[in-house]
Design a protein around this ligand. Structure first.
Ligand SMILES: [Zn+2]
Length: 112
């Protein structure tokens, strides 16, 4: 991997982290907007609210997981073994690293 490639990946990961943080904030805000007293609304609205809340919470959990992965990738990006498949020890293609900077495997080993 060239220094240029490493630099562009680093920017990419930082961008991912920002986007994920924003995404999580929006979801948290959306949950906060729900009325505090759930008994003030009718049954149907209440059910919709619960579904919405559960959906948001699930998305937040998934977002947090991705965020952690990106943060780990950002720490790893400067190390010599970054971008090397941990299975076959061949370089992981840039295209794959750009899509999934957190990946530890090349395309071939990922399928196994
Ligand atoms: Zn591999």
């Amino acid at each position: 991997m060239t220094d240029e490639e490493r630099k562009s990946l680093k920017e990419k990961i930082k961008g991912n982290i920002e986007a994920l943080k924003e995404h999580i904030e929006v979801l948290e805000f959306s949950i906060q907007q729900l009325p505090a007293n759930i008994n003030d609304v009718d049954r149907e609205t209440r059910q919709k609210m619960m579904v919405h809340k559960r959906d948001c919470e699930a998305q937040i959990r998934a977002g947090m997981k991705k965020l952690t992965q990106q943060e780990v990738a950002l720490k790893r990006v400067d190390s010599d073994d970054y971008g090397i498949c941990i299975e076959c020890e061949k370089p992981i293609p840039m295209v794959k690293l750009e899509l999934m900077p957190e990946t530890l495997y090349c395309v071939q080993c990922h399928k196994l």
